[in-house]
Design a protein. Sequence first.
Length: 368
Amino acid sequence: MARVEIKNLNKVFPGGIQAVKNANLVVEDKEFVVLVGPSGCGKSTTLRMIAGLEEVSSGDIHIGDTLVNDVPPKNRDIAMVFQNYALYPHMTVYKNMAFGLILRKYPKKEIDRRVREAAEILGITALLDRRPKALSGGQRQRVAVGRAIVRQPKVFLFDEPLSNLDAKLRVQMRTEISKLHHRLQSTMIYVTHDQVEAMTMGDRIVVMLDGVIQQVAPPLQLYHHPVNKFVAGFIGSPPMNMVEGRLAGENGTVHFIDKNDAVCLTVPPERHAALKGHLGKKVTLGIRPEHLRESGTPQGAEGASIKALIEVVEPMGFEINLYLNLGGQSITARINTSVEPTVNTQHVLDVDMHCAHFFDMETENTIV
């Protein structure tokens, strides 16, 4: 296995469209790193440059100790799993998995050993004599992963491999890929637009927007300490609520007042020092849905309650998602309750301001 490092990586397509802008990232040996972001953010382009399928405009890519900018894909010792599986329809599962090794003239016994070992790991031994058209989507994806495993590469690259699967199968397959990583102890770089996939699979997550890496951190650090408004809103489901307003301070207290002067929330004293330089300025308050709680619960902070109009009730089983209108601004609450609230009624919620995030209105960076 190997360490992967990209330095000052840029990709400019014809017409001056810059897909990746000065990206820097180190993926340690045996690490599972997920690139995540909205469509068009540059994550797949970055992966394809690592694989050698896209030419680098400028910057360097190292796999292990080797600079691979000019090394052909077949000589980079990587294996890639694509979104569309890319299986040969006329070949059996066995031959699909063995094909790359046959081209490299591996001995037949070694090919057979690797194919059957990979099939055993993935639970597809009984499918080795079938052709792709006789397989389900999940089975085809396992074959595609198996084809990568038999290569025993330094680095595994996954380009949105689960996006064609149904919701239940996606959950199952992401668990299987995580198990595979722990079993193989291999370096894996995984691209997805699904932040839930990223949170549940990666040792670290790379969040990208418009070709720029916004933040690189372990999942929970991203969740609790986002560096800016975009990361805060992208990571988490339902997404973080963003309420525009301003900070006001008097007599040793600090309040957040929304832009319509309809909400006034008391900020805990331990947050005052960080916010001191922003008193009187416009800011965005970020509060996650689970930090809006039923009025009167122990976690609710004194002086931090809101009343909002319920527009949609979404029962999730143990929890209920409430979509509310707060003075013209839409917010979401995730609550635990045995009584389903009623649409078109006013509902009082306590805001846990100890967990609140504040973002500078101009830069959109987190106010620490």
